[in-house]
Design a protein around this ligand. Structure first.
Ligand code: FES
Ligand SMILES: [Fe+2]
Length: 457
């Protein structure tokens, strides 16, 4: 370490040189290779097989580390995307995480394919949280998520064929059933049993809302969170998006609940920079996330209600829900002026800096009143506006809330950071107050709203 410090001192004046100061929150126990799988907590699996992986997450939030030399506060600020110098005493801390470093996120469900694109005839490669898997349909069309490579000689099972609900490896023709058991080896001498080790590990999979969902950790529920408009209200449900984005899944979810960007990001569709202020709104923490009710006065959204007139203004209530740390629900209610609709959003973390943008919509109106083609065409334009911005965001996601500046309108995204911070630091979820996270700074809104100088929660 002293030698590295010396090197940094020599290299710091070199233009373009930036010492890597960010420390990974996730560390692996020396000598133990990291492998995909649900056995990260060091427990044997159901079949008594020993754990393949032993990992531990170090708390990602620490303070007082790596104080910068005088005069380098600007560098630290720039690393966090903040313009300007925060002063010579600004401290570098472990205040950012990447999505694959948060072990608890492995226990959630992620959409890994569109149901209508997963044919019974073939297998495909799925990449989730930095690891590869194989997805295919077993007997009865049941989707199965299994290991990426064949246990015989390592052929990619994404190249396997599927026959009679069995996965047939492309290399030597070994066949596997939906439980991952090997059921046929063409080269096996007659009378000999199939070696018990010749099996594939599999993970829980469900099909819901037109998508195939998988969990590669220890799921706490039997599937992704409920989409009440689809499950209980019986609205028309469509998969709007299942497409790769070059953005961290955390940034995508954060954007789903962000209240202050539409005026600017969506000025090509329904945003109006002259109406950027967000009215005060209610926010409550729920057992697994948050819920906010934001009254809105919007124009330009007509096509989502089957009205081609984009100039008309509407008063609506936006109910934003963080269902868990990777799933959101947004309900837009027009009080009878127009048909309501709701969005069920998620992002599948492919790796730290890429994800699959997932969105399902539910429409209250019939097709003749609220045509889906018109709805989708408008939604597509709006979503592309988000995509352009999100694909330029950093994969380092801030969870140390005192390091960013928050306005009152940012309470939803501030609460998201707090809940992620609790997960990263191993704190219990669902506590009524974020007592384990320092209070954030509230700036910038004082002139508009005197009470905004108070903490957001
Ligand atoms: S590598 Fe799959 S059967 Fe040999
Ligand atoms: Fe947006």
């Amino acid at each position: 370490a002293p030698r590295r410090r010396q090197l940094h001192r020599i290299l710091l004046p070199v233009p373009g040189f930036r010492p890597r100061r960010r420390r990974r929150a996730l560390r692996e126990v020396p000598g133990v290779a990291r492998r995909a799988g649900p056995h990260r907590r060091g427990e044997p699996d159901a079949g008594g097989r020993p754990p393949r992986t032993v990992r531990r997450v170090a708390p990602a939030i620490r303070s007082g580390r790596g104080r910068l030399p005088a005069g380098h506060g600007g560098t630290a600020g720039a690393r966090r995307g903040v313009v300007g110098d925060r002063g010579p005493d600004h401290q570098l801390t472990e205040d950012v995480v990447r999505v694959t470093e948060i072990d608890g996120l492995r226990d959630l469900w992620y959409a890994v394919a569109r149901s209508d694109e997963q044919s019974p005839a073939g297998a495909r490669r799925v990449r989730l949280l930095g690891d590869d898997y194989t997805l295919w349909r077993a007997g009865g069309g049941r989707p199965v998520l299994a290991e990426a490579y064949c246990p015989h000689r390592g052929a990619s099972l994404a190249s396997a064929s599927v026959a009679d609900g069995r996965l047939v490896c492309c290399y030597h023709g070994w066949e596997f059933d939906g439980s991952g058991s090997c059921v046929h080896i063409p080269q096996l001498d007659p009378g000999l049993p199939i070696p018990p080790k010749a099996c594939l590990r599999t993970w829980p999979v469900v099909e819901r809302y037109g998508l195939v969902w998988a969990c590669v950790g220890a799921p706490a529920t039997d599937g992704p969170p409920r989409f009440v408009e689809a499950d209980e209200h019986g609205w028309r449900v469509q998969v709007d998006f299942f497409e790769p984005w070059a953005a961290s899944a955390l940034r995508v979810v954060d954007n789903n609940i962000d209240q202050s960007h539409p005026a600017f990001v969506h000025r090509g569709t329904f945003g109006d920079p002259s109406r950027a202020r967000v009215p005060p709104y209610e926010l409550e923490r729920t057992a697994t996330g948050l819920r906010a009710r934001v009254p809105q006065d919007v124009g330009g959204v007509g096509p989502q209600m089957g009205d081609a007139d984009e100039g008309k203004r509407y008063e609506r209530m936006q109910e934003v829900e963080l269902l868990d740390l990777m799933h959101t629900r947004i309900r837009l209610s027009y009080g009878g002026q127009a048909p309501d609709y709701a969005f069920y959003g998620s992002a599948t973390p492919v790796d730290d800096s890429s994800s699959i943008y997932v969105r399902v919509s539910a429409l209250a109106g019939d097709e003749d009143v609220q045509p889906y083609a018109m709805f989708w065409d408008f939604s597509r334009r709006v979503t592309l506006e988000d995509k352009v911005v999100l694909e330029q965001t950093s994969p380092d996601f801030p969870v140390e809330v005192t390091r960013e500046v928050h306005l009152r309108c940012d309470r939803t995204t501030l609460e998201y950071r707090r809940q992620l911070a609790r997960l990263v630091s191993g704190g219990a979820e669902g506590e009524p107050e974020a007592t384990d996270v320092p209070q954030p700074r509230m700036e910038g809104a004082v002139a508009q709203e005197p009470s905004a100088a108070e903490p957001a929660a």
